[in-house]
Design a protein around this ligand. Sequence first.
Ligand SMILES: Cc1cc2nc3c(=O)[nH]c(=O)nc-3n(C[C@H](O)[C@H](O)[C@H](O)COP(=O)(O)O)c2cc1C
Length: 326
Amino acid sequence: MAFKTRVTEMLGIEHPIVQGGMQGVGVAELASAVSNAGGLGTLTALTQPSPEALREEIERCRSMTDKPFAVNITILPTIQPPDYKGYAQAAIDGGVRIIETAGSQQVREIWEMVKPHGIKILHKCTAVRHALSAERHGCDIISIDGFECAGHPGEDDIPGLILIPSAADKVKIPMLASGGIGDARGFVAALALGAEGINMGTRFCATREAPIHDNIKQLYVNNDERGTNLIFRKFRNTARVGKNSVSDKVVEISARPETEFEDIRPYVSGALGREMLKSGDVDQGIFWAGMVQGLIHDIPTCRDLIEGIVGGAEAIVKERLGQMLG
Ligand SMILES: Cc1cc2nc3c(=O)[nH]c(=O)nc-3n(C[C@H](O)[C@H](O)[C@H](O)COP(=O)(O)O)c2cc1C
């Protein structure tokens, strides 16, 4: 049993289920496990210290799966920008067929680089107007991220139940629904709302193959749907992260009118967050997490997760909805 959509056709995958780019998490073990289970796994370029290291990671991933996988390139505001084009060149040279991009308009330079090589471009955005702009500029698939999502939900605060059908009304290229999806119900809902597949982040962090300490995986299971904080709102770079003592502190400091970024910088270091995923110290730094934590109750393999979603979706459509129709 498989759900066939334009997304499965364009990407050459069995199930329209994508593991989104995840800083510190999107390495070969996870990406290959998702791809081997029939979804699309994604290596996160900036998790690698250099384009050269990404080249090696692509080779490592290819040795672990013969299925398609993607490379994510995320462009965010930073004082010392990494060599984005170098990472894109590594993906091109490594024979990667799918790129997932996210972030500022600068991603268009990456699209121009990869497009002539026939690479499919999957672009993540958080607003209908951004999706339309990406479509005009030659993207192949949109991943539309609702307010529930882990990471950067944008500044409009539109949840998926509104954002996905609003985008589906206007965008002609295929769309993945992203943010707040973790089980068969979310998958069926996304298809019903007009998407042709789903993108998940947080749910894939609580899988056996995710390169994350067991304490942190358990935190994703233990937290409920209230287990997130929004930070950086003041700086128009809103981020949804997991609730712990560090993100609570950042919220508390940010509520003071005089707060500047320097006041919170020591708490929000990306290096500390990455270290936390390895050490298992749940209060070491900030960690990315979405509201979907409320729907995460176990730590399955990627294969069990994906097959459970697809099988559960079939049961919902044929049995639950079928019976309602009579
Ligand atoms: C641990 C973690 C790290 C992430 N890092 C990135 C990233 O580097 N680039 C990016 O585009 N999105 C990143 N995201 C967002 C995911 O790709 C995805 O869009 C989001 O998690 C979807 O929402 P969900 O968590 O509710 O499924 C990250 C998410 C998580 C949970």
